[in-house]
Write a protein that binds this ligand. Structure first.
Ligand SMILES: CC(C)(COP(=O)(O)OP(=O)(O)OC[C@H]1O[C@@H](n2cnc3c(N)ncnc32)[C@H](O)[C@@H]1OP(=O)(O)O)[C@@H](O)C(=O)NCCC(=O)NCCS
Length: 168
């Protein structure tokens, strides 16, 4: 079935966030404080009229220290990236029965294209290790040690440096 990737308001994707990423939270509890900020962008993947996946990007600097509980042994992010301005990918999710069909790849492609369009040169996220192959395939590189954020498990900081300029 054809997949459409559409810019949406956050309300269209809260249920997917809850179901795929945080089943311990209601859709309403899956709102992020940055969700309604002017620069934040959300996309939904739709097949047959139903929303089956989502992603969000927002401008945010790479933090100088990694989060985690307990904190990682080496909490300092590579000094090349710490504090750099960039765009953060959040809420990357595809419904279980729609995974491994390339929908996640389409969503991340839309997100990265938007970052390029805004002439920014860095995309980053805290990615679950269970999605490591997905992020690497999309062009992200893990940086620093993995860290644990219960209940969502082990994560890496993933970085993608974009070439300068449109279409680089
Ligand atoms: C991680 C996640 C978003 C990826 O979405 P997805 O739609 O499954 O991703 P894709 O289909 O693009 O890629 C997944 C795999 O399918 C493969 N694939 C890509 N296009 C494909 C196609 N047309 N047909 C079949 N397989 C395809 C990819 O090569 C990839 O394989 P790999 O595991 O060997 O790398 C999704 O699996 C998910 O929601 N997981 C649970 C939540 C999660 O971990 N989110 C990330 C939080 S940080």
């Amino acid at each position: 079935m054809a997949v459409e990737i559409l810019p949406v308001q956050v309300e269209a994707i809260l249920a997917i966030r809850s179901r795929v990423l945080r089943p311990d939270r209601t859709p309403e509890q899956c709102r992020l404080i940055e969700d309604d900020e002017a620069a934040t962008c959300h996309w939904a993947a739709r097949t047959g009229g139903a929303v089956v996946g989502c992603v969000t990007i927002l401008p945010q600097r790479v933090p100088p220290r990694l989060p985690g509980n307990p904190p990682p042994i080496n909490p300092i992010v590579d000094s090349l990236w710490a504090g750099r301005s960039g765009w953060r990918v959040r809420g990357m999710a595809v419904l279980p029965d729609q995974q491994s069909l390339g929908i996640g790849a389409l969503l991340i492609e839309a997100a990265v294209a938007e970052v390029r369009r805004r002439a920014a040169d860095l995309v980053w996220c805290y990615g679950r290790l269970t999605a490591d192959r997905f992020y690497r395939r999309a062009g992200f590189v893990p940086s620093g040690p993995s860290f644990d954020t219960p209940p969502t498990g082990l994560h890496h900081l993933y970085l993608m440096a974009l070439g300068s300029g449109e279409g680089a």
